[in-house]
Design a protein around this ligand. Structure first.
Ligand code: FAD
Length: 435
């Protein structure tokens, strides 16, 4: 049986689901290298999914099973485009699958956006998830925060900011994160959405969870729950929307408990300026219906307007859609499918979709690759990537190195009675994960 040599760029859910789809077929032998710039696998499952969402976090065990396949190798701490080029990968493998996710975010393009204290939810999530070498981008020593966006990431951020730190004690957050959350003075969290309650992006389940958290009160202005006849018809025809409206109506009459942190849903609100001279002091908000302008005092603005893909040197990029251009998951170079190059996950279709969606996508990507396999196997190949990286002095974290990191994190967690505590310094990760 002929062996397909495949490189996957990105060890997040998409890359690992692509590896799974290769290991699950029996037409060809395979040798798969899953390369990640981080010393650790699992991408946003480790550094995006909220630390208190244990059920989804437990998918890590399933992904670990994919890495444990003897023909699948993890090459961590290797940044494609810096440590090894796209062309060097193409020379060494029959196929390269790009699964490198979305490492940037949407801008608001409003004055004051670059002031200290205004940052993306992505940066804040990275901080509380212990992403290597991310320091607290702002302090939490202020009573009010604005979060721009009404999607699931905004809800996650509001929950982490709102929960008493003791409620997060059992998670894998680094201890300095828990200490900072414990010392937080934040009392009010404004969630801003440019449209009304019928057009929120968050899921009902995720929002309901926020409303049920101990220590968090959620407020809705009853005036925002007056609907036109057409809207009422829309609500009546959509069970999920009807349940959301029921929940919002219940929240609108719920008495305020002053001992709780308060989350305000500010519908029909768009930020038009971040205020301050050397740090954020407030936000100018315009009502999207009446155009009336108001100001709220906040010391931190978190933009949760969506993640965005970034270009990889040597690979085509569609700037408008912020994805690698593709047709049926084959990378397009000069408008033509490039033999041996594929995309999957967020970098292929844009930063949307929960983890399970990537599995379906990865299966389609591998179906395209397998259809091309006879032509791929006929391609000339030479050299091995690990050898080249070692020659260059790159401190590669292999699957054994990752196992050592994993064990060290579990041991660190045990010292505090937790299942795991993440190591967040890249130097410490490398000291544990490399020979
Ligand atoms: C804040 C947040 C919370 C979420 N919560 C949930 C949830 O609760 N449930 C759910 O189902 N989904 C959730 N999602 C969605 C889920 O995380 C995504 O569907 C999934 O992670 C996308 O997978 P991916 O592999 O395409 O990208 P990623 O997970 O981003 O993985 C990409 C990988 O590529 C690596 N990489 C990037 N550039 C390079 C390079 N140049 N060289 C080498 N490696 C590189 C990155 O380090 C990363 O490990 C959440 C997303 C976010 C942002």
């Amino acid at each position: 049986m002929e062996t397909l040599q495949v490189a996957i760029v990105g060890a997040g859910p998409s890359g690992l689901y692509a590896a799974e789809a290769i290991t699950g077929q029996d037409q060809y032998g395979y040798a798969v290298d899953v390369i990640d710039q981080l010393p650790t696998p699992f991408g946003l499952l480790r550094y995006g999914v909220a630390p208190d969402h244990l059920k989804i976090k437990s998918l890590a065990e399933k992904f670990q099973g994919i890495i444990d396949d003897p023909q699948v190798h993890f090459l961590g701490n290797v940044e494609v485009g810096r440590d090894i080029t796209v062309d060097e990968l193409r020379e060494r493998y029959h196929a390269v699958i790009y699964a490198y996710g979305s490492a940037s975010d949407r801008k608001l393009n409003i004055p004051g956006e670059d002031l200290p204290g205004c940052l993306s939810a992505r940066e804040f999530v990275a901080w509380y998830s212990g992403y290597p070498d991310t320091s607290l981008p702002v302090d939490l020593d202020h009573p009010a925060v604005a979060v721009i966006g009404l999607g699931n990431v905004a809800v996650d951020v509001a929950r982490i900011l709102g929960l008493p730190a003791a409620e997060l004690d059992y998670t894998d957050m680094p201890s300095y994160v828990l200490e900072a959350l414990n010392a937080s003075s934040v009392q009010a969290i404004h969630l801003l959405g440019r449209r009304g309650p019928l057009d929120v992006k968050f899921g009902l389940k995720e929002f309901r969870e926020l409303t049920q958290c101990r220590g968090i009160g959620v407020h809705v202005d009853p005036a925002d729950l007056v609907f036109t006849a057409a809207e009422q018809e829309r609500i009546a025809g959509d069970r999920t929307l009807a349940r959301l409206v029921d929940l919002l109506q219940e929240l609108a009459v719920r008495p305020v408990d002053p001992t709780e942190r308060q989350v305000y849903l500010d519908f029909w609100s768009t930020p038009t300026a971040v205020l301050g001279t050397d740090h954020v002091t407030g936000l100018e908000i315009t009502d999207t219906r009446t155009k009336q302008v108001r100001r709220v005092e906040v010391a931190m603005v978190l933009k949760a307007a969506g993640y965005l893909g970034v270009p990889l040197p040597g690979l085509p990029f569609d700037e408008r859609a912020a994805v690698v251009p593709s047709e049926e998951d084959r990378v397009l170079r000069d408008g033509q499918p490039s033999l041996g190059e594929y995309v999957t996950g967020w970098i292929g279709r844009g930063a949307t979709g929960v983890i399970g969606v990537n599995r379906h996508h990865a299966r389609n990507t591998i179906a395209a690759l397998l259809a091309d396999a006879p032509a791929l196997l006929a391609r000339e190949r030479s050299g091995d990537a690990l050898g080249l990286l070692r020659e260059r002095g790159v401190a590669v974290v292999t699957e054994e190195g990752w196992s050592s990191i994993d064990a060290a994190e579990i041991a660190l967690g045990a010292t505090a009675g937790r299942a795991r505590t993440k190591i967040s310094s890249r130097l410490d990760l490398l000291a544990t994960g490399t020979e």
